[in-house]
Design a protein around this ligand. Structure first.
Ligand code: HEC
Ligand code: HEC
Length: 506
């Protein structure tokens, strides 16, 4: 991870060419135009990596900065930012209503909630992001795969415009089924199919005579509703992630993230890290991808806009596609009536803005047991083993007028670099997305991960929920993280337990 060097990224969006340059000029955090020089030096100190593991760092317990809440039960992820100004609280509550809203197909008597589908995965955001926590893969025998989706692509035909910074094969949506398999449909339409997951077990030897078993998923699509899939179809399974701290991640300064990128591994530590550039559809400008398992969406708003279209078939001002993910080949879907609200979209601007406000302001719960000696030892191992090479501990968010007031200038501890990493064959989905290859994933934030059981009633981790525990999640790490994974397998059982205790305290 090089920090002080020129990162020049050439970026082509259709015909336009834009050049970004982050000049590593003098002094720490020179790219932070939002801070005064004195603040830059101070913040560089505060966010520097610690070497003292005898006690917790100042403010470490409040991992979401001043947004942090003291709530550790089933509702731990559903709280508004503790510092949200009074005026924002009603927007949060109304936004929560939009997040929980169950949509119905058009036409219906309740025009304000119609337009669902015709093809969809779920009737509302909250159905997938249950309790604002993470989802899980479909279980045996269960109908519908709510909280889990399957992305679909095929290799792009010759002449398809190149995606910026693409390192791998170019892809386009599957010609008949589109970019995602919708397993539900409005009355009178066929659902696209049903995902069936089966698992094999793979034993792993650990030091000290311990063993673990990893379950290896296999995905099949049953009951295809629109004929065979393209023979070269690539699939990517995804479970819905937790919703906390997303506004804080959106306002981590772009330069802080790019400073961690080291695409050619010039420092030779085996860890590279690449940004996934995309376009902000609301401005048409290039923007750094941050959200989704491959960091494809640059903003919370854009993630929500695409969720409305792809997961629920609801057109909105940013993605005005009332038919959602239906293709020309799905004629009954294309011909179906669309819902309309007063501004001509199934989801009007006001609702998109409110659900964005809500999603940005879900608070991060406080750490537990930060001073516990075993947790501190686990933290030291987390640093020494090299986990921090990707799970970057801390940032101070931007301090400018574009940032909502509660999210400004917060010292946060998300444990992510927001960059793409090659995670090896075991985790590869072999389906590129934007500039991300079929082996790359974005480092997910780890804050709140220790509360997964309390909020979601399970401990299923990774992009497709295959890992049944935190240890299994770590043992799946390969590629750039192979060395850290091997260190964990080789640790004494006591140290391994301490590392897991640390993760559980997040
Ligand atoms: C069918 C289930 C489903 C529905 C409905 C759904 N989501 Fe999601 N959501 C997901 C999945 C799966 C992902 C991960 C996508 C990926 O990895 O690219 C996700 C990712 C996100 C993210 C990015 C989080 C992160 O850490 O990167 C946000 C924000 C989000 N959803 C908000 C919403 C909002 C707002 C709605 C309603 C408008 C919604 N979602 C509806 C399944 C769903
Ligand atoms: C090379 C970068 C890299 C390194 C080094 C790394 N990780 Fe990760 N980590 C990732 C990525 C990327 C994922 C997501 C993989 C996926 O979902 O398939 C991940 C996922 C995880 C998860 C599951 C998160 C979730 O929300 O499901 C845990 C827990 C985790 N890492 C802990 C660790 C620990 C502990 C170490 C050190 C032993 C470590 N990681 C080292 C990149 C890294």
């Amino acid at each position: 991870m090089t920090s002080a060097r020129l990162i020049a990224l050439s970026f082509g969006v259709s015909t336009a060419m834009t050049l970004f340059a982050y000049a590593a000029s003098e002094g720490p955090l020179a790219h932070r135009a939002d801070l005064s020089e004195a603040d830059r030096a101070r913040i560089a100190g505060v966010t520097a990596s610690t070497g003292d593991f005898t006690k917790a760092e100042p403010f470490e317990v409040n991992q979401g900065g001043a947004t942090t809440v003291e709530r550790f039960d089933r509702d731990a992820f559903s709280q508004f930012s503790a510092n949200l100004p009074f005026e924002g609280r009603s927007d949060f509550a109304v936004g929560n209503g939009v997040f929980r809203k169950l949509w119905t197909p058009a036409p219906s008597s309740t025009t304000a909630s119609d337009g669902l589908g015709p093809l969809f995965n779920s009737r509302g955001c909250q159905n997938c992001h249950l309790k604002d926590g993470r989802g899980q893969p479909p279980r045996d025998g269960a109908a519908g795969a709510e909280s889990f989706v399957l992305g679909l692509s095929v290799p792009a035909p010759e002449g398809e415009p190149e995606f910026p910074q693409t390192v791998s094969e170019l892809v386009v949506p599957e010609p008949t089924y589109g970019s995602q398999l919708q397993d539900l449909a409005a009355a009178g339409h066929a659902a696209e199919g049903r995902v069936v997951v089966t698992y094999g077990e793979r034993a792993v030897q650990l030091s000290g005579g311990e063993t673990a078993s990893l379950r290896v998923p296999r995905y099949e699509i049953a009951e295809l509703g629109y004929g065979p899939l393209h023979p070269d179809t690539m699939i990517s399974p995804r479970v819905a992630p937790q919703m906390i701290g997303l506004g804080l991640l959106e306002f981590v300064h772009e330069g802080d993230i790019l400073a961690l990128a080291d695409p050619d591994d010039e420092d030779g530590d085996g860890i590279s890290g690449r940004p996934n550039w995309n376009v902000d559809v609301s401005t048409g400008e290039p923007a750094l991808g941050r959200f989704g398992s491959k960091a494809i969406q640059p903003t919370v708003r854009q993630q929500a806009a695409f969720a409305f279209v792809t997961d629920m078939g609801l057109g909105n001002p940013d993605v005005p596609e009332p038919h959602g993910d239906c293709t020309e080949a799905q004629t009954s879907c294309i011909d179906a009536p669309v819902g309309q609200d007063y501004d001509g979209h199934e989801v009007p601007e006001e609702l998109l803005a409110l659900v964005t406000f809500y999603s940005r302001h879900l608070a991060v719960p406080a750490r537990r047991d930060v001073e516990d000696p075993e947790v501190l030892r686990g933290k030291e191992l987390f640093y020494q083993t090299g986990c921090v090479g990707c799970h970057h501990p801390k940032y101070v968010t931007r301090d400018d007028d574009e940032v909502p007031v509660a999210l400004r200038r917060q010292l946060i501890w998300p444990y992510t670099d927001m960059l793409l990493h090659d995670m090896g064959d075991g985790l590869a989905d072999r389906r590129p997305q934007g500039a991300a290859s079929g082996r790359e994933w974005r480092t997910p934030p780890l804050w709140g991960i220790g509360l997964t059981q309390a909020v979601s009633g399970h401990t299923l981790f990774l992009h497709d929920g295959r890992a049944r525990s935190l240890l299994e999640a770590v043992l799946w790490h390969g590629g750039e993280a192979e060395a850290t994974r091997d260190s964990v397998a080789a640790m004494t059982p006591d140290n391994r337990a301490a590392l897991i205790r640390f993760l559980e305290s997040l």
